[in-house]
Design a protein around this ligand. Structure first.
Ligand code: TNX
Length: 511
């Protein structure tokens, strides 16, 4: 009996002392494999971060994330001396199933090791590691706490290569500082693409040297819904965003919407209309009334100049050319336009990407179509997929972050319905659309249109927590609402620590 009591004490006392605040599997998006075992790791003022030169930048990002709340030095070193508690990062030839973005995380009493095939994988592992520390790790100033990481092992890699978010800069401009904050937040959920909707009827938000009035006129103060805001990204701003995003393993995907959604361009350049007369600037939220003039050659000079300049400042593979809601264009005109423009994107070295309407055009076989419809059948898209078109899933009644949560939501629209967290979560991108098998799906994207959204507070309230739901659909192999609900509830204090004003959905038990 004595032995039994002793061993119980022996087993529970040290465990008690270092009991981690977080369970190993309490991570969003859910990891592929989670095996809790052994002792927890304790982050202390003696901890160092070890990384080879090639992984220095990721290690520094981890150190930057850990220093404010712990107040520790956390030096980044090549190699830790024996006996020093260490978080070590290594990238090299790891098992093939980890792919380009996966990682393996091992937590023992003496060390945490993170291994991956690439820095992108290490960065993903760092996001997991941060969620395994107590939520106070996200505080901006030093906190008294026991910084414990639960013991065990995680093996993790994404289901889909493309996990995206979209910001609409045209309806209301969002500044580079706001966009960077958004990148910080989405990259925590392993979202790896940020699509920027850079032009629309109300405004033009990216500098194009060969057509300077696009921004001096189209991005002037007062351009935007209700005449609120205005502004645009200079090329230097854009390049800096590309660089910043790359440091968080996020690829920028620029969109210029055409042939519709072009009123702002036509205000700046009346020759882009068929009658050559400048339309009035628009600050309302109507859609589908404007179109480039399909029969004029100047249209294609304009389009080529824009694509060339945009491609030149975009290292990522995709260039989005919109193509949605071209209601002022006949079907024939639309096809004529797309048959010329889709191949142009390829000529400038990019993969053409557009809203699912582009699937009508034979040239869309080599393109990526973004599905934004409300139904689970789209024969045009399914036919294109049979011919080679790849798909990114953004069904508006599931993935649109600008839809209201419920009728009481103060911001947002409701044309695609109300989207509570469970609605955003409970669908399968790999089987959702008839005739679009998982093999044709590159991934998911959560668009956030800005008709009703002005500042970062508005963005955060609509994006979070739903963005986390879409991110999990894009990353995790299985969908489990009960588990997601629990992990999301536990995540809330992390947003609080970072000052992210998320929506406290009544579907979630927030910690
Ligand atoms: C439809 S979705 C649009 C946008 C609007 C959005 C508002 C799509 C491809 N086009 O022009 O901003 O609805 O939810």
């Amino acid at each position: 009996l004595l032995a039994c009591v002793l061993s119980l004490t022996a087993a529970s006392a040290p465990a008690e002392a270092t009991r981690p605040a977080v369970a190993l599997g309490s991570v969003v998006p859910a990891p592929v494999e989670v095996r809790p075992h052994g002792s927890a790791f304790q982050l202390t003022e003696r901890t160092v971060i070890a990384a080879p030169r090639s992984a220095r930048a990721v290690a520094e990002r981890l150190a930057e994330a850990l220093r404010p709340a712990t107040g520790y030095r956390l030096p980044v070193v090549d190699r830790a001396r024996g006996g020093t508690p260490v978080i070590s990062l290594a990238s090299g030839r790891e098992e093939a199933r980890l792919g380009a973005e996966g990682y393996r995380l091992r937590v023992r009493r003496s060390e945490v090791t993170l291994r991956a095939n690439s820095n992108a994988g290490l960065f993903a592992g760092v996001q997991t590691l941060l969620q395994l520390l107590p939520p106070a790790i996200d505080a901006a100033t030093p906190q008294r706490n026991r910084w414990t990481v639960p013991g065990g092992e995680i093996v993790d890699y994404p289901r889909f290569a493309y996990r995206g978010a979209m910001l609409d800069l045209a309806r209301h401009f969002h500044t580079p500082a706001e966009i960077k904050r958004y990148i910080d937040e989405i990259s925590r959920f392993k979202v790896n693409h940020l699509h920027l909707h850079l032009s629309d009827d109300q405004g033009w938000r990216i500098q194009i040297d060969s057509w300077p009035r696009l921004t001096t006129v189209g991005g002037a103060p007062g351009t935007g819904v209700d005449g609120a805001g205005g502004g645009y990204l200079t090329k230097a701003d854009y390049r800096e965003l590309v660089r910043y995003a790359a440091g968080r393993y996020v690829t920028i995907v620029p969109e210029i919407d055409m042939p519709g959604h072009v009123n702002a361009a036509q205000v700046a350049y009346p020759e882009l209309t068929c009658d050559g007369v400048a339309p009035p600037p628009r600050t309302d939220t109507a859609v589908g009334y404007s179109s480039l003039c399909i029969g004029k050659e100047v249209t294609y000079r304009f389009v080529e100049d824009v694509i060339r300049e945009l491609a030149a400042m975009t290292p990522g593979p995709y260039l989005h050319i919109g193509g949605d809601e071209a209601h002022a264009t006949t079907d024939d005109e639309y096809l004529t336009f797309q048959e010329r423009v889709l191949p142009l994107v390829a000529r400038y070295g990019k993969i053409a990407y557009g809203w699912n309407e582009i699937a009508q055009a034979p040239a869309a076989r080599r393109a990526v179509a973004q599905y934004w419809g409300l139904t689970t059948e789209n024969a045009t898209l399914a036919a294109a997929v049979a011919g080679g078109t790849k798909v990114i899933m953004s069904p508006a009644n599931r993935a649109y972050l600008d839809m209201k949560y419920d009728p009481a939501t103060p911001l947002g629209l409701n044309w695609a319905g109300y989207i509570e967290v469970r609605t955003a979560y409970d669908w399968d991108p790999g089987t959702y659309l008839t005739g679009v098998p998982e093999s044709a799906v590159l991934g998911v994207e959560a668009p956030l249109w800005s008709e009703t959204l002005r500042d970062l507070d508005d963005i955060e309230f609509m994006a979070f927590p739903r963005l986390a739901a879409i991110a999990e659909l894009g990353w995790s192999p299985a969908r489990d609402w009960a588990s997601f609900r629990t992990r999301l509830g536990a995540y809330g204090p992390r947003w609080e620590q970072r000052g992210v004003g998320f929506y406290r959905s009544p579907q979630i038990d927030w910690a």
